[in-house]
Design a protein around this ligand. Structure first.
Ligand SMILES: N[C@@H](CCC(=O)N[C@@H](CS)C(=O)NCC(=O)O)C(=O)O
Length: 202
């Protein structure tokens, strides 16, 4: 049985839950009360000095970084549908996993952290910056999804679970991009059983 240090409003933690559920793997969630600062407690810092969820425990093995956890699970359980072995498809999956972390996430954080979680204390300039950048990012994502059902082709992969988790997060700020290809793709992602089960309570 795996253990996942988790918070329901962490898109990084939820994408791991989505794969665990999709693959029917057994796991226990260990809730980290981030609103109370538990992620900065000495006990949690001993588990992850980056003060972040998720953290994944497999026996003696402990790891952080959500996309690395997704790849680890795929490798360990032979989940080649979720992380295809054919090189061009795998490269496309990796491309979107990295794009999600390096390009999309900073703007998602600018918007959602400052608009939703920090409320009146939110940084208004960061929201403006995030919304401006999001226009460019949404155009890139929309163009990439033209004529394909999922990011790496006809089948859903961990790239869809990962990018989809950030799109859900944008929904908390009523900021899901409205571009038509993104809309259709996101409907498909929302239809994935594991993704549905990963979402926080409505
Ligand atoms: N690159 C990390 C990012 C994890 C992350 O940013 N987690 C957030 C919650 S969504 C967090 O724990 N933030 C608290 C902090 O950074 O202090 C991953 O992919 O796992």
């Amino acid at each position: 049985m795996y253990t996942l240090y988790h918070s329901p409003y962490s898109q990084h933690a939820r994408r791991v839950v989505a794969l665990l559920e999709a693959a029917g793997l057994k796991y226990a969630l260990r809730h980290v009360a981030m609103e109370k600062g538990e992620h900065r407690s000495p006990e949690f810092l001993a588990i992850n000095p980056n003060h972040q969820v998720p953290v994944f425990i497999d026996g003696e093995m402990k790891m952080f970084e959500s996309n690395a956890i997704l790849r680890y699970l795929c490798a360990k359980h032979g989940l080649t549908d979720w992380y295809p072995q054919d090189l061009p498809t795998r490269a496309t999956v990796d491309q979107w996993l990295d794009w999600n972390q390096c390009r999309l996430f900073p703007s998602v954080r600018d918007i959602v952290l400052n608009k939703v979680f920090l409320g009146d204390a939110g940084d208004k300039a960061a929201i403006v910056r995030g919304e401006k950048n999001m226009m460019e990012l949404a155009a890139i994502l929309d163009a990439a999804l033209a004529g394909r059902d999922f990011l790496a082709g006809a089948q859903s992969t961990i790239a869809d679970l990962s990018v989809g988790s950030n799109i859900f997060q944008l929904g908390l700020a009523d900021a899901v991009p409205k571009e038509p290809n993104i809309h259709r793709w996101y409907q498909r992602v929302c239809g994935i059983e594991g993704f549905k089960k990963s979402l926080p309570p409505a």
